[in-house]
Design a protein around this ligand. Structure first.
Ligand code: INI
Length: 156
């Protein structure tokens, strides 16, 4: 039996983080969590981490698409926060963001970790950005690291 599993250290990996400025109060904590995991657990070098800020979650797919096609990165982490509030805007922004990122990941065969919070309200977002429900940015970074190694092992 062959079992393929990825470790999380990826000391030579080059990682891009695409992050939305909208709800940056929350997103800054997702970014801190992601960078902490990349460096402390993944052993990724500071100079191999690139952070790209964009206006909102809706802009993440285009940005990630360009980052992926540059072939400069082994994985991309997308960070943002979409809060439902009382507007139908939520459905469009959250839906386009997640389906866009998923399509890019499959088309580019590159790990693209989904660290975009989609919540009913701001309290839920805060809970997932480094308080009682963990840190979605840190989780996304862990996923990116593991997927780099899983995909490498599949190709080997
Ligand atoms: N962008 C977000 O990242 N989160 C949101 O909650 C949000 N809401 O609610 O509107 C949001 N809108 C902006 C959007 O991402 C685009 O930047 C904008 O529509 C311009 O294309």
């Amino acid at each position: 039996m062959n079992v393929i599993e990825g470790v999380v250290a990826a000391s030579n990996a080059r990682i891009a983080i695409a992050i939305a400025r909208f709800n940056h109060f929350i997103n800054n904590n997702l970014l801190k969590g992601a960078i902490d995991v990349l460096k402390r657990i993944g052993q990724v070098k500071d100079e191999n981490i690139t952070v790209v800020w964009v206006p909102g979650a809706y802009e993440l797919p285009l940005t990630v698409c360009l980052l992926a096609s540059s072939q400069k990165y082994d994985a991309i982490v997308a960070l943002g926060t979409v809060i439902r509030g009382s507007t139908a805007h939520f459905e469009f922004v959250a839906g386009e963001c997640s389906s866009g990122l998923s399509a890019i990941s499959i088309n580019s065969a590159l790990p693209i970790a989904f660290g975009v919070l989609t919540t009913e309200n701001i309290e839920q977002a805060i809970e997932r950005a480094g308080t009682k429900a963990g840190n979605k940015g840190a989780e996304a970074a862990l996923t990116a690291l593991e997927m780099i190694n899983v995909l490498e092992a599949i190709k080997a």
